[in-house]
Ligand binder design. Structure first.
Ligand SMILES: CC(C)(COP(=O)(O)OP(=O)(O)OC[C@H]1O[C@@H](n2cnc3c(N)ncnc32)[C@H](O)[C@@H]1OP(=O)(O)O)[C@@H](O)C(=O)NCCC(=O)NCCS
Length: 200
């Protein structure tokens, strides 16, 4: 059973630990700022002491903006990330999940699909064939992504969104919950609705 430091101490972190508690030993939670430093096992990065051996970290931060914190943590603490794929996930033998990503219960990931580093694929999402989700992405619960869809770095797909086939969504975008994405979306934009429209 590996010793694991959890990055983040919000509800998603607690949910993830609840789901994998029997397979890991949680040492502590590490958070970005003093504001959250209110529990005995939660330490802000500024007070975190290095020197752990044979320990991995798991990033349970949903907010793509706050995931910058991972880089800061990894620079200071020379330990490797852990990936987590729940046992109920259907993962094609031809798909890949890269370092530090979390794939939650009930997710389906089809062939030739690549989930890059530190992504969170939330409960019940389905991701079709030949898709890529670049690093630091978050895919919300119940999202359906058709085949050959490419999603840029640090982009959030809100829960229950459907994305049609052959769509490319840029870096650092937000797609609102319950949207239907029918067009390519450039970097740094927020879109929502059915069909999704650009929000100024
Ligand atoms: C798109 C989003 C980021 C916009 O957030 P925001 O900028 O704070 O927007 P607001 O809540 O101020 O809403 C602004 C307007 O957009 C509308 N709106 C917000 N989100 C919408 C959505 N997903 N679809 C349609 N309309 C939406 C609101 O009704 C409001 O309309 P109004 O001005 O006519 O009253 C957010 O609403 C969203 O969908 N986030 C994803 C949530 C999610 O998936 N969470 C996962 C939890 S696990």
């Amino acid at each position: 059973m590996p010793d694991v430091i959890i990055l983040g101490a919000g509800t998603f972190a607690k949910e993830i630990v609840d789901e994998i508690d029997s397979t890991i030993n949680v040492i502590c939670y590490v958070v970005q700022d003093e504001f959250y430093y209110n529990k005995i096992d939660t330490i802000p990065l500024s007070k975190f002491k290095n020197g752990y051996k044979n320990v991995r970290y798991l990033c349970a931060i949903v907010s793509t903006k706050r995931k910058q914190f991972i880089e800061e943590f990894a620079r200071r603490v020379k330990i490797l990330p852990l990936s987590f794929i729940h046992k109920s996930v259907y993962l094609s033998k031809l798909a890949e999940i890269h370092n530090g990503s979390i794939v939650c219960p009930g997710v389906i990931i089809a062939s030739n699909t690549f989930i890059h580093n530190h992504c969170i694929i939330n409960r019940g999402a389905t991701i079709g064939h030949n898709c890529t989700i670049q690093s630091y992405g978050t895919v919300g619960p119940g999202v359906n992504i058709a085949g050959n869809v490419h999603i840029g770095e640090q982009t959030t797909i809100g829960m229950g969104t459907n994305i049609l086939e052959n769509i490319t969504i840029g870096n650092n975008c937000i797609i609102g919950a319950g949207s239907l994405v029918t067009r390519n979306i450039p970097n740094n934009q927020t879109w929502y609705g059915v069909p999704a429209k650009h929000i100024q």
